[in-house]
Write a protein that binds this ligand. Structure first.
Ligand code: SF4
Length: 385
């Protein structure tokens, strides 16, 4: 059986950041009780149907640190009653500096949370302001201090590169400052520009002909810097000290199964996808009680979708995939064309493949989508023949 984890979406935010495309609410703090009731109903519904023991529980958002303590307690106790909480489980909570209070951190710690992911994004005040973040660099340093004081030794910082007008030197400084705080894990994301979002306009205004090259340099610099400072870059946006990779995220990339609860939560198991409504009132209506059947459609994953997920997700990780696993999925040998393609990619420095395994190098990660497409094209062409 593959690993199984649970994600719980807590969509509450103080305001929407200029680049954010997540499913969030900024005016529903008074309705946190109704939201937690809907989550409790979801937990009950799924408990009847899913019998696996989770290896991880991940509270993401939104801003989980904005959930009021009394609702946190209700939610975690419900989860513990239904699914159980064990010391072996990885239990992560995302937090933002301005709401990661000593009170909430200590409550989390007491209830079994053992991993924190702090959304810092950058240490430059003007870039924080461009992103419409609600904290300043001092707020981030103070939050790290509180995380430590609460007794967490497994915690992560999120950084973003490719910010409007950001220089390579500024990115270097962000990495250096992050490293000086000694997080056990660091995520580094390339800014994604969504049409019509305030940050997109700023990024487009600041764009130069070499912006894309600079972002590639930023990515390679991050991989190099983190590796030379004792971090394992175990996925194209994530690095960790040995033993501190995020087990919950690894489960997504390694083909595990998960339940995604809450507004916009999506789940994958029984080789099917389940998507919760993304809109607040529709989500609350769907889970007003414990339904006898799923209140939304189930999408069976086609064989092609499973193949795409396998190649795309595994190639995000530094371990890549074993050719034998791919052959199991295909039900045949990969064939000579595929082996030739691997050799071509290896000669370009994109893969570190051997006879048995395919994994990308940092330059390969820069063209991860293109490589995924070429591999699929080669495998499906063979299938069509
Ligand atoms: S804090 Fe995170 S989830 Fe909330 S609006 Fe900002 S980016 Fe989006």
């Amino acid at each position: 059986m593959s690993d199984f984890g649970v994600y719980i979406h807590l969509p509450f935010c103080l305001s929407r950041c200029g680049y954010c495309d997540f499913s969030v609410v900024t005016d529903k703090d008074d309705s946190q009780s109704a939201y937690v009731s809907a989550l409790e109903n979801e937990l009950e519904f799924w408990r009847e149907r899913v019998i696996y023991a989770p290896i991880s529980l991940y509270f993401g958002g939104g801003t989980p640190s904005r959930l009021r303590p009394e609702f946190w307690t209700r939610l975690i106790e419900k989860f513990a009653d239904l699914f159980g909480l064990t010391p072996e489980m990885e239990i992560s909570c995302e937090a933002n500096p301005e709401s990661a209070s000593a009170e909430i951190l200590s409550l989390w710690k007491d209830s079994g949370v053992n991993r924190i992911s702090l959304g810092v994004q950058t240490f430059h005040p003007e870039h924080l302001s461009n992103l419409d973040r609600r904290h300043d660099p001092e707020g981030a340093f103070a939050a790290v201090e509180r995380i430590r004081e609460a007794g967490f030794d497994n915690w992560s910082l999120d950084l973003i590169y490719g910010l409007p007008g950001q220089t390579l030197d500024e990115w270097k400084t962000d990495l250096k400052t992050a490293l000086s705080l000694e997080p056990s894990h660091l995520s580094f994301y390339n800014l994604i520009l969504h049409p019509g979002h305030p940050t997109t306009e700023k990024a487009e205004a600041a764009m130069t002909p070499d912006s894309e090259d600079i972002q590639s340099e930023m990515f390679l610099l991050a991989c190099e810097t983190l590796q030379s400072n004792g971090y394992d870059v175990y996925e194209l946006s994530n690095a960790a000290h040995p033993g501190r990779a995020c087990r919950h995220n690894l489960l997504y990339w390694r083909g595990g199964e998960w339940l995604g609860l809450g507004m916009s939560g999506s789940s994958y198991f029984w080789q099917s996808y389940f998507h919760n409504p993304k809109v607040w009132p529709i989500y609350l209506n769907a889970w007003e009680g414990v339904p006898s059947d799923l209140p939304f459609k189930v999408k069976q994953a086609s064989w092609e979708a499973q193949l795409l997920d396998f190649v795309m997700l595994r190639l995000r990780t530094s371990e890549g995939f074993m050719i034998a696993e791919l052959e199991d999925l295909l039900g045949r040998n990969v064939g000579i064309d595929f082996r030739r393609l691997l050799l071509e990619m290896k000669n370009h420095g994109y893969t570190q493949s051997d006879e048995d395994r395919v994994a990308l190098t940092p330059p390969g990660w820069l063209v991860h989508s293109e490589i995924t497409s070429r591999i699929l094209e080669s495998l499906l062409r063979k299938e069509a023949n």
